[in-house]
Ligand binder design. Structure first.
Ligand code: DQA
Length: 138
């Protein structure tokens, strides 16, 4: 299967940023482990801090890939435009969060994206991405 992982703003700083919340592994290190674990799947990775670039990537892969794993970071809580992009494509999207957003500030309890996604996985650390891949590939 062809799976696209999309990370949004500030997730390029994983392993550096707020380690007590997000852990101390970089995404690149984690991704190498994921690729080893799932050699039968093509797993592509894209990260951007720019809302429009995230939308362009959804459009680019959203009619040909089998699944999208998306951590839109803070745009999760604000972006009607990303929600509309997810609604407009054919490929199922699983919304992912490293932290348990429901244990955190109230503004993180709202997702603009969730109703257009296949499901939401939050709070399992980096393992949230693996669980999302499992959910797309069963
Ligand atoms: C996050 C949670 C968001 O609220 C936050 O803005 C992030 C990361 C997570 O993976 O836990 O940037 O999506």
């Amino acid at each position: 299967m062809k799976i696209q992982i999309i990370n949004g703003p500030n997730l390029n700083l994983l392993g550096v940023r707020e380690k007590s919340i997000y852990g101390d592994s970089s995404f690149e290190t984690y991704l190498a482990g994921l690729k080893q674990r799932y050699p039968q799947h093509q797993i592509d990775y894209y990260q951007s801090n720019v809302e429009g670039e995230l939308i362009n990537k959804l459009h680019e892969v959203g009619f040909s890939f089998d699944g999208i794993v998306m951590n839109a970071g803070a745009y999760t809580h604000t972006s009607v435009a990303i929600a509309d992009a997810i609604a407009g494509i054919n490929t199922p999207v699983v919304e992912v969060h490293i932290s348990n957003v429901y244990k955190r500030e109230e503004f993180r309890h709202v997702s603009m994206l969730a109703k257009n996604c296949k499901g939401v996985i939050a709070g399992f650390g980096m393992d949230s991405y693996r669980l999302a891949i499992e959910s797309l590939t069963v």
